[in-house]
Design a protein around this ligand. Structure first.
Ligand SMILES: C[S@@+](CC[C@H](N)C(=O)[O-])C[C@H]1O[C@@H](n2cnc3c(N)ncnc32)[C@H](O)[C@@H]1O
Length: 240
């Protein structure tokens, strides 16, 4: 086993995340290829390898502790360069992960790299969350919906809860302002059919980054008027 893979596996062990040699190899190959593509199209601002491993790979894998069903149908809303969706697809080999984004050219890059690395348990979905959430093909069909660095929690909940199946999990990943966001989104989350279960502190304890995962259960169907069209969501805020 080469040194880089060994280091990644050991870092995983520190965080209680099991990574096999084959998965470690794929995770690093994905990083190498994405950083190469990043020279031509803006996919990530993190270009230092150690930072990439912590802030993209390990941070994405921190979701593993909360995902109840390792074979779940999972949706990553606003996946960008493939986070957290691609590391999850590499490690959760029996899950089906849909990577959604409104920017087609980013999705094309992920699709190409995933094909080269034989990451086969993914679907690519181009569109806006607030439109797909009103499409019966996608509405309330995902057991797990996650999202990182896309919108504030109220807006994100309107994007994601309509796509989450009743009984499923919505797991937004949030940064240092999470407490404030959580307070103002409590009521909207309830109206959208969600129930906040708890907040799990992320893995990056030794770093300056505050990363948390909010564990929200979808307990009831989302009222049909949500998600509203984009202009309305942005102009009116959430009606409470
Ligand atoms: C800052 S990037 C985050 C990318 C990735 N999740 C990460 O954490 O590295 C935000 C991404 O969300 C996408 N996005 C923003 N609003 C969206 C929407 N309403 N529906 C789908 N994708 C959206 C953008 O195109 C962009 O790729």
């Amino acid at each position: 086993m080469n040194n880089r893979i060994q280091k990644l596996i050991q870092l995983g062990e520190q965080f209680d995340i099991a990574i096999t040699e084959k998965q470690g190899d794929k995770l690093l190959a994905y990083m190498d290829k994405l950083l190469e593509k990043n020279k031509h199209i803006n996919l990530t601002r993190i270009t230092d390898e150690d930072e990439f491993i912590k802030l993209h790979i390990m941070d994405s894998l921190s979701l593993l502790k909360l995902i109840k069903n390792p074979r779940a149908k999972i949706l990553d809303v606003g996946t960008g360069g493939g986070f957290p969706g691609i590391p999850l697809a590499i490690v959760l080999e029996d899950a089906e992960i849909t990577l959604m984004d409104s920017t087609k050219k980013k999705l094309n890059v992920i699709k190409e790299i995933a094909h080269e690395l034989s990451i086969d348990n993914i679907n690519i979905l181009h569109g806006r969350a607030e439109e797909l959430g009103q499409d019966p093909e996608f509405r309330e069909t995902y057991e797990v919906v996650t999202s990182r660095a896309v919108a504030n929690l109220t807006l994100l909940s309107e994007y994601c809860l309509p796509l989450t199946k009743v009984g499923g999990q919505f797991l937004p990943m949030k940064g240092k302002d999470y407490e404030e966001e959580l307070e103002s989104s409590k009521k909207p989350i309830e109206i959208l059919g969600g129930k906040i279960i708890d907040v799990k502190k992320g893995l990056l304890l030794q770093s300056d980054y505050v990363h948390v995962i909010i564990n929200i259960e979808k307990t009831r169907k989302t009222p049909i008027q949500y998600p509203r069209i984009n202009g309305k969501i942005k102009k009116d805020g959430f009606p409470i």
